[in-house]
Design a protein around this ligand. Sequence first.
Ligand code: ATP
Ligand code: MG
Length: 318
Amino acid sequence: MKEVITLGEILVEIMAKKTNQLFIEAGEFLGPYPSGAPAIFINQVAKMKVPASIIGSVGDDDFGKVCLKRLIDNGVNTSLIGVNSELPTGTAFVRYQSNGSRDFIFNIRHSASAAFELTDIAKERLSTCAVLHVMGSSIFSHDVIHMMRAAIEIVKNNGGKISFDPNVRKELLGDSALFAFFKEVLAKTDIFLPSGEELFALTNKQILEDAVESALELGVSEIVLKQGSDGCAFYSHNDYFFMPSFSVEEIDATGAGDTFGATYIACRELGYSPEKSLGLANASGAMAVSHWGPMEGASSEEELNKFIDTFTESLEEI
Ligand code: ATP
Ligand code: MG
């Protein structure tokens, strides 16, 4: 089976223990938890037993070891991850507010986590991969734009697919270079995984039907619209359906979209239908939000099926 590859930051997250805890005074923190949107994604792909690699970089320090260990333990092929001896592994400190919003202090751009390169070995692996997953939040510099463009070209020229999760706040799309590049990526995308406003922003449409049509006309074959606790919707040229989410208590929403997307892409690679793939993706999004920590809810297919069965049984009892 061919690989799913992604490219981007691998870092640790350190989380304020209490809701509304401040960063400007001493408090208790939990972590380090392995994190970074592409790392969360690829970890879940590997959990689904689909060959998975990430082009990334960590520092030669304990935080880097935490990340590498987790990815290796879950079956990610880490041979495309560089270990940088000059820079420390990136960090994200996060605190939650009672309205569910999050504040971050990032150290990524000037850390080992941003120092990844498209090596000859990485290019070779891209030329034989099944899917390159483009994580929009990883496109934080012109260097990354160049790398991502080159990676997409290699994959497309060799018959591979592009999946794309914009994963950015709408405000960030005000940056014209980033917006232009996102449009460029969308035009090469096979599987598009937007959430919230991203579908509208990237297609310049205000009405859902128009936005969907516009993305399909660009050549996207599958659109999966993530809708948080409401669930998700699927659109292709000849199919449309909505799938409600599993009703669970949301403990920590970080990583839900990345985990969900990973399960969907892995399931499609396993040959499952969009319906079956979305059912499992929905379950993995629910598992992600039920666990404290960005990738602590990563689940195997067996665990997802068990969750779905238990959930369905509990509904039947009501
Ligand atoms: P993020 O980028 O913050 O990780 P996202 O916007 O990309 O998130 P969401 O729509 O928040 O993605 O979540 C992805 C999927 O995870 C949803 O479509 C749903 O299946 C599941 N999910 C998210 N939140 C919940 C929740 N509170 N309860 C149950 N399932 C959820
Ligand atoms: Mg997202």
